[in-house]
Design a binder for this molecule. Structure first.
Ligand SMILES: Cc1cc2nc3c(=O)[nH]c(=O)nc-3n(C[C@H](O)[C@H](O)[C@H](O)COP(=O)(O)O)c2cc1C
Length: 251
């Protein structure tokens, strides 16, 4: 916990806050050296005889509750043995506690057609939009088809973006990771997804860029990532967790 987020109290030997003790905040007290003195205590409660200053960092309102963010994961491949679905599940496994990854299915969405949209839109459109709206963040996990976005995922992006002015994507922090057995790791699809997200006002994590080439051998039959790729996936999802924390609720 950074000291800027801590408050310091005088405690009695039982760890109770003294009634008359002033609340000491960093930089606002004659005891300005206290935070330095306390450095290394690592948040532990220290019980000392009365008269000795004991410090117990208290989380302020902004850090007291650690929120769990729901992430809507859109997978660009429909096939059962999809490498990208394995990748999405591996990321869900590796995700820190602050993220809950949920795959939102895109395969049943009718091709987007403005004529059938509106108040009597297909139930699949409504279900999909509701799931996106309920999520705090977005994660795109996709192959590339012909150097671009696979049609089911592009269709899902179009469905989620409408009706005009009611996009379910707007303002939600996102990230893109692509995987392909080929050498380029789905670069074309990755950047076409990014192009759509610029228009849809989705703040996308820039680094690390994630194009997994040679992906046919990166996961075993059960979807477990190889030791070689696992550290990168861990770094990706951990960095993304920080990105979500910084940008969720920013609309
Ligand atoms: C219609 C189609 C187009 C494809 N185009 C590309 C491509 O442009 N670049 C590429 O690396 N792989 C391409 N592939 C191969 C896919 O990357 C490969 O099938 C991959 O396994 C699909 O991802 P998945 O395993 O998650 O289903 C294409 C596959 C299909 C079916």
């Amino acid at each position: 916990m950074p000291w800027g987020h801590c408050q310091f109290f005088l405690l009695d030997p039982d760890g109770n806050r003294l009634r008359f003790a002033p609340l000491i905040e960093r930089g606002r007290s004659a005891h300005h050296r206290l935070p330095d003195f306390a450095h290394g205590m690592n948040g532990a409660i220290e019980h000392r005889p009365l008269g000795v200053v004991c410090l117990r960092p208290q989380p302020t309102r902004s850090t007291r509750m650690s929120k769990v963010y729901t992430v809507a994961v859109l997978v660009g491949s429909l096939r059962k043995a999809s490498i990208n679905r394995k990748l999405a599940l591996a990321l869900a496994d590796l995700a820190p506690e602050s993220l809950k990854l949920e795959i939102v299915e895109v395969g049943d969405l009718p091709l987007y057609d403005e004529d059938i949209d509106g108040p009597s839109a297909p139930t699949q459109y409504l279900r999909f939009r509701d799931q996106l709206k309920a999520a705090d963040a977005l994660l795109f996990v996709s192959p590339e088809y012909n150097r671009s976005i696979p049609a089911p995922l592009k269709n899902a992006i179009d469905v989620g973006s409408r009706p005009y002015g009611q996009s379910a994507f707007s303002g939600k922090p996102g990230a893109v990771i692509t995987a392909s057995p080929g050498a380029m790791g789905g670069f074309g699809s990755n950047h076409h997804i990014r192009q759509c997200m610029v228009f849809l006002d989705v703040p996308l994590m820039q680094q690390p860029e994630a194009y997994l080439g040679g992906a046919a051998t990166l996961f075993d039959e059960k979807g477990k990532p190889s030791e070689g790729v696992r550290p990168f996936l861990q770094k990706f999802i951990d960095t993304y967790a920080g990105w979500v924390e910084r940008h969720a609720g920013g609309r």
